[in-house]
Design a protein around this ligand. Structure first.
Ligand code: NAD
Length: 461
């Protein structure tokens, strides 16, 4: 197929991938020095363009600059620093023991770059979720195609121009666009696809990857529960929950989606949630520069429709023109309400009453496995039961969201919330092949013991 005969989206995909593959094959990305250079350049990109990045995030999502530094740029910077300080040791071959039957021999694993990898990012943390995986992909010695989300257009355009300037264009390319561009990219052969977004598109990505037997990492979402019992300081718990829920106007994959508590605990918790919202957002989230906006009209309409017929205990105000939805708490929400049938991904916190821990665990188990599960309890038994009787990508006791800032913890889902994980060392492993290497001297030939003919009984391996 010639480039002239194709649509523009296909032409871009067709030209980018072979160009990057050629660089990879020539060894451009392989040296330790190149990897460190790229990570250092990415660091400079973030440092030197902090104001432009903050502006783009404000334009796309109304993010406060301080929140952008904390939850977007800061996370990528800490990922870069952690990787730079450990990369040499992570890349060292790791010796493993050999069974006596083949001794003397040495066995080790080495991390080998995969080739050309594709990173597809969503709009909600359009800097962090595009660049944090790229840190791992580059550190592992790959060429990378980045596909930012078209739903955060200012950030997408800015990162595309900066990456072209700062990173090695022979091995790093940004393809902007939406469904046609991503579809064209997915038709190409990659050596790994790293996708962050919703499960419906996750299935499209995995289907396309299957054609080339390309491995995938799928970082998806889901309904992350938060359970609160009466053993904790409810004012402190409410502050943490409100912080995790209403950050980025609730458009956070690991935000608490809904709250499970007994009616007695819920009644005592709600006034604290109301106080916490007022405290976090200067008394009025609508005028507070610390509170974000909904990404587009589609999501605004979806979210406001979830409020219909609900018992609004806090918030509930909306403004279509500015796509504002107040931090909202819904009380006594039925398990089959619309708001409980989909990932909310917005600033609405339904409180679903439960009879106690048994009921909460049974309810969590009745749904898909969430990306995260949060619990506020000082009961060791409750904590142990939550850990062992439920399954989720992560568990946070006493704090939501923050687990993703710990580079030593794998970040990823399970079941419907995704497959594979990344951050820190896990990123390097995700974007590498772990090659097994066995080396045995030819003499003396101790394998004689297992060679045929099997005329007498041999011990074997
Ligand atoms: P989105 O609409 O920006 O889509 C994500 C990416 O998929 C974009 O780059 C987009 O271009 C691409 N895409 C969309 N439709 C496509 C199609 N038909 N074919 C190929 N590619 C396509 O973001 P989203 O999916 O709305 O993101 C929100 C979801 O992502 C939520 O479910 C959230 O929980 C999840 N999420 C997960 C994580 C995580 O780390 N696990 C982080 C953030 C968001």
């Amino acid at each position: 197929m010639t480039l002239e005969a194709t649509e523009p989206a296909e032409a871009t995909a067709l030209s980018v991938v072979p160009r990057l593959r050629e660089s990879f094959e020539r060894g451009v990305t392989r040296s330790y020095r190149w990897r460190v250079q790229q990570l250092t350049a990415l660091r400079s990109l973030l440092d030197e363009n902090a104001a432009a990045i903050e502006d783009a995030l404000f334009h796309d999502l109304g993010k406060n600059p301080a929140e952008s530094q904390l939850t977007e740029v800061g996370i990528v910077l800490s990922e870069i620093d952690h990787t730079l300080s450990h990369l040499r040791s992570w890349l060292r071959p790791r010796r493993v023991a050999v069974p006596l039957a083949i001794a003397p021999a040495t066995a080790s694993t080495m991390l080998e770059p995969l080739g050309v990898v594709l990173v597809i990012a969503p709009w909600n943390y359009p800097v962090q979720l595009l660049l944090a995986p790229v840190v791992g992909a580059l550190a592992a010695g790959n060429a990378v195609v980045l596909k930012p989300s078209e739903l955060a257009p200012a950030t997408s355009a800015l990162l595309a121009s900066l990456i072209e300037r700062y990173l090695d264009p022979r091995a790093v390319a940004v393809v902007e666009g939406g469904v046609p561009e991503t579809t064209a990219l997915l038709a190409e052969r990659f050596d790994h696809i790293f996708y962050t977004g919703n499960g419906a598109v996750g299935r499209i990505v995995m289907t396309a990857a299957a054609k080339h037997l390309t491995p995938v990492t799928l970082e998806l979402g889901g309904k992350s529960p938060v359970y609160v019992d009466d053993t904790v300081d409810l004012a402190a718990a409410a502050r943490r929950i409100a912080w995790g829920k209403f950050m980025n106007a609730g458009q956070t994959c690991v935000a608490p989606d809904y709250l499970l508590a007994t009616r007695q605990v819920a009644d005592r918790l709600v006034p604290h949630l109301i106080d916490a919202i007022a405290e976090l957002y200067d008394g009025d989230p609508r005028t507070s520069s610390s509170y974000g906006r909904i990404v587009n009209d589609h999501h605004f309409g979806r979210l406001t429709s979830l409020l219909a017929g609900q018992n609004v205990l806090a918030g509930g105000r909306t403004d279509a023109r500015t796509r504002y939805i107040a931090p909202t708490v819904l009380g006594d929400v039925s398990r089959d309400a619309d708001v409980m049938q989909q990932e909310i991904f917005g600033p609405i916190l339904p409180i679903v009453p439960v009879d106690g821990l048994d009921d909460a665990i049974a309810f969590i188990r009745s749904g898909e496995k969430p990306l995260a599960l949060y619990a506020f309890t000082t009961s060791k038994t409750a904590a142990r039961r939550i850990l062992t009787e439920t399954s989720s990508g992560a568990v946070g006791f006493g704090v939501p969201v923050a687990h993703l800032t710990v580079p030593g913890l794998p970040f990823g889902g399970v079941g419907e919330s995704g497959m594979g994980n990344y951050h820190g060392r896990r990123s390097i492993e995700t974007f590498s092949h772990q090659k097994a290497v066995l080396s045995k001297r030819l003499a003396p030939d101790t394998l004689k013991l297992v060679y045929p003919p099997f005329t007498e009984k041999k011990d074997g391996f």
